[in-house]
Write a protein of this length. Structure first.
Length: 110
């Protein structure tokens, strides 16, 4: 950190476009003026910290927002009874059996 001593009316140049001027001193209070292009943001420390906290909060969704988004992304199911499962295919048929033996054929007993 560069530490400088300046009197009221004296300035410090930062780069080619930023000038910090001591305007007034009263006890332990120093008033400064800062001249910088519009594209360079200049904030007091406490405001800068508030902006950082707000940006972090905006970048982190709340738990309820995450739940709501998850609900929106789930497949929609219509209200009512659950869908009926489709019937299962029937098991294959048993192989045909031989017709019963006629009376009088060998191997038949009466």
């Amino acid at each position: 950190m560069l530490v400088l001593t300046r009197r009221p009316g004296e300035s410090v140049h930062i780069g080619d476009e930023v000038v910090v001027t001591v305007l007034e001193t009263r006890g332990d209070v120093v008033r400064i003026g800062i001249r910088a292009p519009r594209e360079i943001q200049v904030h007091r420390e406490e405001i800068y910290r508030e902006l950082q906290a707000a940006n972090r909060a905006a970048a982190s969704p709340s738990d309820s927002a995450v739940r709501d988004l998850a609900n929106l992304l789930r497949p929609h199911r219509p209200a009512g009874p659950p869908p009926v499962a489709s019937p299962q295919p029937a098991p294959p048929a048993a192989p045909p059996t031989a017709p019963p033996a006629e009376a009088g054929e060998p191997g038949e007993s009466r």
